[in-house]
Design a protein around this ligand. Structure first.
Ligand code: FAD
Ligand code: SF4
Length: 500
């Protein structure tokens, strides 16, 4: 039998997304040796496919077919490539809201990790290193501009987004991976930096379990994968002298922990920010194909909702158009006349993640009545915004109301009692809390230092560790929490060392 691929280092990190890559960047800067293990491929910007399906096949997990197992399945979007979900995200940057920080510090024991001055320092460093800036007028694009017009007209607190893409040239392709290398996703920023600092990357390596020696994590085992077919080609063993860090996302980290026999509090409290989108048709060209993929936003924290402009590639936009036959073809001929806005809801629902069929997850999650109420109100508001921006026709994407609306008053139909959750095409790309930090050992998989309870040398540093959802785009918070935890780990093991 073929010998397994073997390597060893001070730290073995599983997953190279927001959490894993940040941990690698911090730990490798201390002089420690670091191995990164990633299931997906490593793709340079110029290697990314231009076609939508090819690009999604390369970088998105299972071509975006991971869903919840409810009667109306909720698609769960995740990256599977070096850079993780950051490689295919829109680059929107938000600091952790103070109210959420305070709750995590006081109720979940994170006061040390989230100490305000330390957090301020880390957010500042992240923003400098990841080139965070406000979307400039020249790449606001037609879609973003229309949301600004709507927001101004309705007196909403709109603003240009802050993104980690100062050099964005606005080709509206973020969700397929930035072909310009302009967006500072982890594959373009912290992974190259960690490699430069001596870290090693094993792409196309899928971890199947963390090996324990007694109560100490010592090794990660898994399978190597074929770059084209993704079939298993062999096995690997990565030995960790100091610690194993799991950062495989809030959907896949709990699966890895379960397979390693670690189940207490794991996968029990899945939370998300599901969203829905509304399309508007205008009597003049919008030009959704130009501009930052996401450029303008209206945060409404008091309602637990965030409204965002979001450009779609033409292949996906076509699937959002109602009608059939000649009617649909007529809309197809004027694809450049459409705009799209979405609403992202901080839902109160709690679900679960467990191992499912063929190695995939079984995710249970169902929005609560109050989540549905806020969803309806925000989709109705999006319809009114489209009209306020000058749309001649709006497609709300809600099954039980007219598929084409021509007057803003029709938005009221969406909040009617007969409109149900199953009428909405929801989607979620922000996942949380499936191996969360907490004070109560019975209900939290991790200690406040992000260590898996009862196991030394095993940490979780990704979105799973966050105690709750947060109401804003999460990557910046995930990076900051991973940074603080990695820094603490480095300082604990080498007290004289300050993580750079
Ligand atoms: C389409 C999309 C758009 C988004 N837009 C934004 C945005 O604009 N701003 C924002 O703040 N957030 C955005 N997000 C969310 C953000 O990207 C995620 O919250 C964040 O990347 C999660 O970080 P993570 O470290 O938990 O996991 P991920 O970044 O998902 O990384 C996990 C990595 O682990 C790997 N992995 C999983 N299992 C294994 C295994 N067994 N072995 C080896 N490797 C494994 C995966 O392949 C993946 O690369 C978006 C997400 C998506 C999907
Ligand atoms: S809009 Fe285009 S250039 Fe700008 S960050 Fe996204 S993919 Fe890159």
């Amino acid at each position: 039998m073929k010998r397994p691929l073997e390597d060893s280092a001070d730290y073995v990190i599983v997953g190279t997304g927001a959490g894993g890559a940040t941990a690698a960047r911090v730990l490798s800067a201390t002089g420690a040796s670091v191995i990164m293990v990633e299931e997906g491929p490593s793709l340079a910007p110029h290697e990314r496919s231009r076609g939508l399906l090819d690009a999604m096949g390369e970088s998105m997990r299972d071509l975006a077919t991971v869903t919840t197992s409810s009667p109306a399945p909720l698609p769960l979007l995740l990256g599977r490539c070096v850079g993780g979900s950051t490689a295919i995200n829109s680059g929107i940057i938000w600091r952790l809201p103070e109210a959420v920080r305070a709750a995590w510090a006081s109720m979940h024991g994170m006061h040390e990790l989230l100490e305000p001055a330390a957090l301020e320092r880390v957010f500042g460093t992240l923003e400098t290193e990841l080139e965070v800036s406000e979307v400039s007028d020249d790449v606001l694009g037609g879609n973003g501009l229309l949301m600004k017009v709507a927001s101004d007209a309705l007196g909403l607190p709109g603003r240009a987004m802050r993104r980690n893409a100062k050099r964005c040239v606005g080709n509206a392709r973020c969700l397929q991976g930035c072909p310009e290398g302009a967006r500072q996703s982890m594959d373009s920023s912290y992974i190259p930096r960690a490699l430069h600092q001596g870290a090693r990357l094993h792409a196309l390596c899928r971890a199947s379990r963390v090996v324990l020696d007694g109560t100490r994590a010592t090794c990660v085992q898994g399978e190597t994968l074929d770059p084209v077919t993704r079939a298993v080609t062999g096995r690997f063993e990565m030995h960790a002298r100091r610690a194993v860090i799991v950062a495989a996302s809030a959907i896949y980290t709990p699966l890895l922990l379960w397979r390693s026999g670690l189940r207490r509090g794991v996968g029990d409290d899945y939370q998300a920010h599901p969203g829905a989108a509304v399309v508007g048709r205008f009597d003049r060209q919008v030009g959704m194909g130009f501009g930052a993929t996401q450029a303008y936003e209206v945060p409404l924290p008091e309602r637990g909702v965030k409204l965002e402009s979001i450009a779609l590639p033409p292949e996906l936009l076509a699937t959002r158009l109602p009608g059939a036959g000649e009617e649909w073809q007529r809309d197809l001929r004027r694809l450049d006349y459409f705009a799209q806005f979405c609403a992202v809801v901080r839902m109160g629902a709690h679900g679960s993640v467990r191992p499912g069929l063929w190695g995939g997850p079984k995710v249970r999650y169902e929005p609560l009545p109050d989540d549905l109420r806020r969803l309806k109100e925000s989709v109705a508001l999006l319809v009114r915004m489209m009209f306020a921006a000058g749309a001649v026709e709006v497609y709300p994407g809600v099954a039980s109301v007219p598929e084409r609306m021509t007057h803003p008053e029709q938005a009221e139909l969406i909040v009617a009692d007969h409109v149900r959750r199953n009428d909405f095409h929801l989607m979620a790309s922000h996942h949380f809390a499936t191996a969360k930090v907490g004070l109560d050992p019975a209900h939290s998989a991790l200690s406040p230092e992000l260590q898996v309870r009862g196991v030394s040398g095993l940490y979780v540093m990704d979105a799973s560790a966050l105690p709750t959802n947060l109401g804003v785009n999460p990557q910046h918070t995930i990076m900051a929490v991973a940074w603080r935890a990695a820094e603490r780990l480095a300082n604990m093991q080498r007290p004289s060392l300050r993580a750079a």
